[in-house]
Ligand binder design. Structure first.
Ligand SMILES: Nc1ncnc2c1ncn2[C@@H]1O[C@H](COP(=O)(O)OP(=O)(O)OP(=O)(O)O)[C@@H](O)[C@H]1O
Ligand SMILES: [Mg+2]
Length: 457
């Protein structure tokens, strides 16, 4: 469709059986700068459409033969992108309203008030273009988060697929557990975009990323004057997500007061803004994610048991990539295809493939995706080699000229390099690094000292 913002001449097809009416309308539209085509009835109009589609159709409702309403139906079946405005006598405004329900963009009452015809035409063109764009974007998003974009054939993934296909269409609360990069957010989005809520908002909040005092007001909103700085009343994300889905990422980070408020929301399906008095009804599906063992947080008294049960209605556990190595080649294929489209595809040579399958993948699927993208960016031939992969995965040091050099030689070398890599991967988060390395933090600091790796505790 031509964009309505462009200054090129736009074509209007006028469908009208009354010859003198037709002449008046056409003359007027031509003077406004539109390219005008005409047809006396639906049949001829449809024949014209099969040749070249106009930007807008201005059609009478009362036509000889096929009625304007039927004509509209036929147009909409084949052309979502043409703006359609119906013209009708005052006496049949009801049928004009009916046309709007069937996909017309506007209607004009006869006799036409030429003073506002141009504005109505331009608005209809813009509305249609916006609708078409929105539909395209919705399709793109839905494609992107289709179940077929989640790759995996390992038994643990098959179980995940069975569950998500069953629960996606429902409004059941889902708790997704898995380490970093295992696909928690992708699954949450797939659940939303494959549910009846798909046309409503998917709102996500990272419960660990916001300062404690802000989380409650972000989630529940606040009334003007509720606290210093609350200069305006603001809707919370639970209200914004009404009719849709709220994704509570890193839910384990919620502080006790917010846990209590959230529990009340889940029980009563209402919220109260911070500083507000009214209970506001909300219809939100909750999907929560955590990279911790939440049941353990409950045992340690860090997470409310009753909230845990409310969130854990459906439980999904995403396996780590090293526990499902059979999926690595499939994922590689998927990421290669995603990046290259239909161009002649680059592939990894057997040596590189072996390394990729045997690597430990502490950053899981995200790390694998990054590695594939890195190889595609560096590699040149249709075959991707070991040296095209990030050095921390292959243990090779990249040197000018592309020759391979031996990597670390002693066990200490390997350990030092591995610690450095994990730290880099996690943005120097020592707690997480220690967790992934399977050592406690004190041991990590001892090793950092030993290997002369600089850090600030
Ligand atoms: N099974 C899968 N198939 C295809 N792509 C996947 C799969 N799992 C994860 N990905 C991709 O890997 C990347 C990381 O996934 P995602 O952001 O969902 O992980 P996460 O579990 O939310 O990680 P974090 O805990 O670090 O937030 C995304 O680009 C996602 O599309
Ligand atoms: Mg995530």
């Amino acid at each position: 469709m031509k964009e309505s913002g462009k200054r090129e001449k736009r074509t209007v097809l006028v469908v009208e059986d009354d010859h003198s009416q037709m002449m008046t309308v056409c003359g007027f539209l031509a003077r406004l700068g539109y390219d005008v085509k005409t047809a006396p009835d639906a049949e001829e109009a449809l024949a014209l459409l099969s040749d070249e589609a106009p930007d807008l159709i201005l059609s009478d409702i009362n036509l000889p033969g096929r009625s304007g309403v039927e004509f509209l139906g036929a147009v909409r079946e084949a052309h979502q992108d043409i703006a359609v405005i119906m013209m009708t006598a005052f006496s049949s405004i009801e049928s004009a309203v009916d046309c709007m329900r069937r996909g017309a963009d506007d209607y004009l009452a006869k006799p036409l008030n030429f003073a506002d015809v141009q504005a109505r035409l331009e608005t209809a063109l813009l509305t249609r273009a916006t609708r078409v764009r929105l539909a395209q974007l919705e399709t793109q998003v839905r494609d992107r988060y289709g179940f077929d974009r989640i790759i995996g054939k390992a038994p643990a993934m098959r179980r995940v697929f069975q569950i998500i296909e069953r629960v996606a269409p429902t409004s059941a609360t889902v708790l997704i557990c898995g380490r970093t990069g295992t696909g928690k957010e992708q699954i949450a989005r797939a659940l939303h975009y494959n549910s009846k809520r798909a046309n409503k908002a998917f709102v996500d909040i990272n419960c660990g990323a916001l300062p404690e005092q802000l989380v409650a007001s972000e989630l529940f909103g606040h009334q003007r004057g509720a606290f210093t700085g609350a200069t305006e009343t603001k809707k919370g994300l639970l209200e914004v997500a009404d009719g849709g889905t709220l994704f509570l990422d890193e839910v384990q980070a919620l502080k006790p007061e917010v846990q209590t408020l959230l529990l009340r929301t889940l029980q009563e399906r209402t919220i109260r803004r911070v500083g507000g008095r009214d209970n506001i009804e909300v219809d939100v599906r909750i999907i929560a994610a955590t990279n911790r063992d939440l049941a353990d947080s409950v045992r340690r008294g860090e997470f409310r048991e009753d909230l845990f049960y409310r969130l854990n209605v459906v439980n999904l556990v995403l396996p780590e990539l090293r526990e499902r190595r059979e999926d690595i080649p499939l994922l590689i294929e998927h990421f290669l295809a995603q990046k290259q489209g239909s161009e002649a595809p680059c592939r990894f040579d057997p040596e590189a493939m072996r390394t990729l399958v045997n690597y430990s993948w502490p950053g899981n699927v995200r790390e694998l995706q990054n590695a594939v993208e890195c190889a595609l960016a560096i590699g040149t031939s249709p075959q991707l080699h070991l040296e095209d992969l990030p050095a921390h995965i292959t243990g090779l040091t990249r040197v000018a000229g592309g020759d391979r050099q031996a990597g670390p030689r002693t066990l200490d070398d390997v350990e030092r390099q591995h610690i450095l890599r994990v730290l880099e991967e996690l943005g120097n988060n020592h707690t997480r690094a220690a967790e992934i390395l399977g050592i406690d933090r004190r041991t990590l600091y001892r090793k950092l000292d030993k290997y002369k790796i600089e850090y600030s505790a």
